[in-house]
Design a protein around this ligand. Sequence first.
Ligand code: EPU
Length: 416
Amino acid sequence: MDKIIISGNGPLCGEVRVAGAKNAALPIIAASLLTPEPMKIGNIPGVRDISTILKLMELLGARVERDGTGLVIDCGEVNSVQAPYEMVKTIRASILLLGPLLARFGEADVSLPGGCAIGTRPVNEHISGLEALGAEVSIEGGYIKARAKRLRGASYTFDVPSVTATENLLMAAALADGITTLENCALEPEIPDLAQLLCAMGAKIRGAGTSSIRIEGVNTLQGTIHHVPPDRIETGTFLTAAAATRGDIIVQDTKPEFLQHVLGKLEQAGCLLQQGNDWIRLSTGGKRCRAVNVTTAPYPAFPTDMQAQFMALNSLAEGSATVVENIFENRFMHVAELQRMGADVELQGHTAIVHGQARLQGAPVMATDLRASACLIIAALAAEGETTIDRVYHLDRGYTNIDTKLADMGAVIRRE
Ligand code: EPU
């Protein structure tokens, strides 16, 4: 099992390019099941979650050709509708196959993903949404079995604005018979991106990116070409690492508009930010950041996927701040590891009170999930001495070559 070893050695300085967004690429790959024609997708991130979902697509009968960050997926000869537990348990986003498989083939057997390190992560919204479109859904032997000769357009209101449930319903309704209206939809930028792809395939969708989406179902969809947008969480992770190490970096190939709330918080922490169309520069002037309160909520508010990284930043900042996690019930696993490095964090339910320390010390720590790994990387870069981060396979699920990218900005980092 890989470990990352970091010697905290001062500011991150230089330039870094971000990869395509994992959470945008996953639904796009799933959407290729909606057509028998090949899809050409660019800017695919080189992360493990993508290799895993591509293996799953191959298992279903898809032909996948990868060439660097480019990808051609041909679902013309898909011959299975079953996403088995062995694969789904390693990648929860496999739930995204449910909507497209059902819409195109009239049936789908997708293993229930079960809980994960950050919470129970129910899928009731995916199921009730598809039932509203006329699917018969049962749970048998740990599998969601969904059947519908042809889905029918309907109105459905999400109880909670779930990102992947909105994506699943959008894909399913695109091939349904008639008009679907979805209310209380998630607003994350991955949703209008998916809608843009579906429209290029021939779907008729209005309102994606707002809470109310209207989809006029069509009979068939065709292949198209799509470029995955930049990863807003990777962008935010590098900026926070630069802030915590009192650095000065430019993040290239990004989209500042995707993370305005995070940028506002970094400014509140005392960082100077400049931005262009596709770049952001963060400078600290060598100064220590101030602690900032953050409360996670659906987009466009502060993302849960940046909470752990800000916990590391606050642990090293001047003053105290609260970090409130409102999306997932168990997303504070990194706190115990940060405490091993000398962080002063009190947990009260879903609120963490962080008292910033002048310094943290390197220690052996263990990554518990993807963003918790990023938090430990940031803490280690800014800490005194050496930190060994175990179980970095979590990190590799969502960050492309993070160790090389950090090394290029001056980090002393190696993988064993
Ligand atoms: N929820 C339900 N029922 C459902 C679905 C969701 O109650 O059927 C609740 C969840 O328990 C949670 C809230 O709704 O409290 C929002 O969860 P959501 O469904 O939006 O999360 P997701 O779609 O499973 C995506 C990202 C996550 C990210 C969340 C929140 C993908 C593949 N995953 O998950 O990304 O944290 O949205 O923004 O898009 C990550 O990249 O590290 C990651 C975990």
